[in-house]
Design a protein around this ligand. Structure first.
Ligand code: SAM
Length: 227
């Protein structure tokens, strides 16, 4: 039987990568990468010269068969995404499911994920939370936003720089002005920033931010939480 390793990669700081991850990536037959060029920076940094193939959301269905070919021959392969944990708003689920169906070993090499990093640093309740990932850009967005506003537990959302201001305005329009939120920007990177406070204030700070670049996770407290 083969082994599929799902290896988490850093979300910004290249040194957030465990010795075991390096050892596994050096030992496997090939590494399936979301983007081989993006991953080459990490692989070069750790002197990993294992062959890579691309495996992204547009070829994932077709490439799963190719990956299974290696596993069916008894080989060990690894899957990585551009950043963070495979399968979390990234390719990985289809390959893991098919490997399980065929009786192969599926093994996680854990590491960073922006969602967990953000809730941990947010100072908002983390005993129960809902991971929303990216909200749909158009169809169904409003329904999902209503559901987020109505949640009793903390909600974690991913958002791009293009829509962060809009998302904050949409949340502000649906939530009590004192609803607590933490916008986590550029986690683990040089310009890491946690903008935390009542949603009305944070929305204003985001709108007035002088240099709103990078990647964002929005963590919003449940509707009954007060501090
Ligand atoms: N698989 C990844 C993980 O485990 O975190 C998530 C991949 S998803 C395609 C990319 C999104 O994750 C970004 O748009 C942003 O919302 C969030 N993200 C990734 N890295 C981040 C960082 N360093 N700081 C803040 N958000 C980040």
């Amino acid at each position: 039987m083969g082994i599929l390793y799902l290896v988490a990669t850093p979300i910004g700081n290249l040194t957030d990568f465990s010795p075991r991850s390096v050892e596994i990536l050096n030992s496997v037959r090939l590494i399936a990468c979301e983007d081989t060029r993006t991953s080459s920076r990490l692989l070069q940094h750790y002197n990993i010269d294992t062959p890579t193939i691309s495996f992204h959301q547009h070829n994932e269905h077709k490439k799963v068969e190719q990956l299974m070919g290696y596993l069916d021959s008894g080989e060990a392969i690894a899957l990585i995404s551009d950043a963070g944990t495979p399968g979390i708003s990234d390719p990985g689920f289809l390959a893991a499911r098919e490997a399980h169906h065929r009786g192969h070993t599926v093994c996680s090499i854990p590491g960073a994920s922006a969602a967990i990093t953000a809730i941990s640093v947010s100072g908002l309740p983390s005993d129960r939370f809902l991971f929303e990932g990216f909200l749909p850009a158009k169809k169904g967005r409003s329904t999902r936003l209503d559901a987020v506003a109505d949640q009793e537990c903390t909600v974690i959302m991913y958002e791009s720089v293009h829509r962060i201001e809009k998302l904050m305005q949409e949340l502000s329009a649906r939530c009590d002005e004192n609803r607590m939120v933490a916008v986590c920007r550029e986690l683990t990177k040089h310009f890491e920033e946690i903008i935390r406070g009542p949603v009305s204030e944070v929305t204003k700070r985001i709108a007035e931010h002088p240099n709103l670049k990078g990647e964002f996770v929005v963590v919003i407290a449940g509707k009954n939480y007060e501090e």
